[in-house]
Design a protein around this ligand. Sequence first.
Ligand SMILES: Nc1ncnc2c1ncn2[C@@H]1O[C@H](COP(=O)(O)OP(=O)(O)O)[C@@H](O)[C@H]1O
Ligand SMILES: [Mg+2]
Length: 230
Amino acid sequence: MEKLINIKEMYKHYPVGTGKFTALKDINLEITSGEFSGVVGPSGSGKTTLLNIIGSLDVQSEGIVEVLGKDVKSLNHRQSADLRSKHIGFIFQTYNLLPVYTVFENVEFPLLLLNYSVAERKKMVIDALEWVGLMPKIKSRPAQLSGGECQRVAIARAIVKKPQIVLADEPTANLDAENSHHILRTMVELNEKLGTTFVFSTHDAKVINYLRRKITLLDGRIVSDDIIDK
Ligand SMILES: Nc1ncnc2c1ncn2[C@@H]1O[C@H](COP(=O)(O)OP(=O)(O)O)[C@@H](O)[C@H]1O
Ligand SMILES: [Mg+2]
């Protein structure tokens, strides 16, 4: 299996006042192609920090982080934007949809950075909306949707370019049980059919039940890393 993420002896310090706060400590983690894995831990344990570093939205203070064979710290702004826009999809707890855009336009948005024709984009957006079951809402705007529907739009936006990696930061935090199970089943299906690698962060037991690998973070350290047999 291809190694997609390779982290060695990684630390993240944040400056606070005249000192520093260490949010991640001695992180060693390899994630291979096709995994459905989650970083699990209480609030403040470092989950978002870790996902942001994997997604090259932030950089580590010490150690090595390689994503798709690239040392992310050595990338300039354009190169890391390129890595994100081509290969990584993001799903956030708060959806981060553009309120004035329709569902179609929100999902099309990441494709505008890539070289697709109008017709290709349209087909890709429709495919993604079919995956998440939201074709009937294609012309709606976020304010007209429920939280579960907004998160499904966010999933469609994350997967529309068929990225190798999807990073989902507490994707069910604002959803009820039924919507949580619906979006998790959608993601399992994408993982199984397209081979998309998922890395979640969560402290939601419903999400943990779907994971095939559970990486537990506590106070910035990985305290356990378990494969879960299904
Ligand atoms: N920009 C920052 N500056 C200082 N401390 C931060 C910053 N971002 C996060 N932290 C701290 O790092 C720790 C981990 O945060 P975070 O990764 O958001 O945890 P989680 O996502 O697990 O709740 C927390 O104690 C948080 O307060
Ligand atoms: Mg967080």
